[in-house]
Design a binder for this molecule. Sequence first.
Ligand code: SF4
Ligand code: SF4
Length: 384
Amino acid sequence: MEIELLTPSKETTDIILEEGGDDLKSCFQCGLCTGVCPWNRVTTFSLRKLIHKAQLGVVDFEDDEVWRCVACNACVERCPRDVQMPLLMRAIRRVIMEVGAGIVPHSLRISEKNISAVGNPLGEPAEKRMDWAKDLGVKTFTKGTEMLYFPCCYQAYDPPTRKAAIATVNILKKIKADFGIPDNSVVCCGESIRKAGAESLYRKLAETNIKIFNDLGVKKILVTSPHCYHTFKDEYPEFGGNYEVIHLSQYLDQLIRGGKLKFTKPLVKKVTYHDSCCLGRYQRIYDEHRQVLTSIPGIEFEEMRDNREYSLCCGGCAGRLWMETKKGERFSELRLEQVAEVGAEILAVSCPYCMANFNDAVLTTGKSETIEIKDLSELVSEAL
Ligand code: SF4
Ligand code: SF4
């Protein structure tokens, strides 16, 4: 066995600590996290070793391994010391993105520049952000409107993902909800670029949105992205944004329970559901989707392996959606094997990143004829 000789650098460790890596101090190197990290289903990735390198100050900031973590939180569930790995990885990435050490993957740099220049990672014109809704007869949010519906950047610009925003509006109109959408001045919520380490950009985005929301007197925000949900609810309060935030799955569940949403068309399909990490392990929202799906007449619902807190990440969070992942290393492709195992015709999702990743994966695995990817909102809208 070859022994690697490394010279510890307290200065490097201190920089990681300053960038928010305090959890380094708690890790006692048991290695339990490595066993559950999804990367070890597709390659070899010693998380424990990476933490040890950070403790010693010998992290190689030019190595791809610092960009692997998808912030899925699976390891956090297992760690006996409650080490918050996504925060630790974020600190390491901040040393690269903010302090200037190491190398930022080219595709991530492009998304970061797009967000900075036009407010969305796709690089689409800001003045077209709300074009998706122009023929839907939806009003722009004004003071006094009860609820703001905020679709994420992908749901605003990406045609297959946009279907979720259109279906959501259809549902809201059906129940005559008092809601409005933002105008083109809002920007990306910033959740993923923050996890990728671009803290100063994240703060600018959060401050822009919070100023718009506060000036309009927004109190309640409906979202169809778990990433917007997480950052609006848990991170924006730190910057002066305090709102009641509700994800569509919770909203639909409440409407169905309250008898305010009735289905008239059966959907005779076998459906399974993929728990996004950001709604599942982060927020413990597991039952709502299942209750909504099983109340749609005709749907035969079946769970996959790795469901609820054991869900397999789609591979898209923490900026990984914008980075290249080699064929053979994509979690989304493994997940589709689990969908096929239960014979589901539809994989229901509740997250635009999951939607984008699985839409790619059905094509790369040749499953586009047998498995359809649909947002929960689309299934509900079809059954109304
Ligand atoms: S499970 Fe927690 S304590 Fe154990 S090696 Fe991983 S981070 Fe460290
Ligand atoms: S959060 Fe998920 S991807 Fe990141 S290190 Fe932990 S298990 Fe691996």
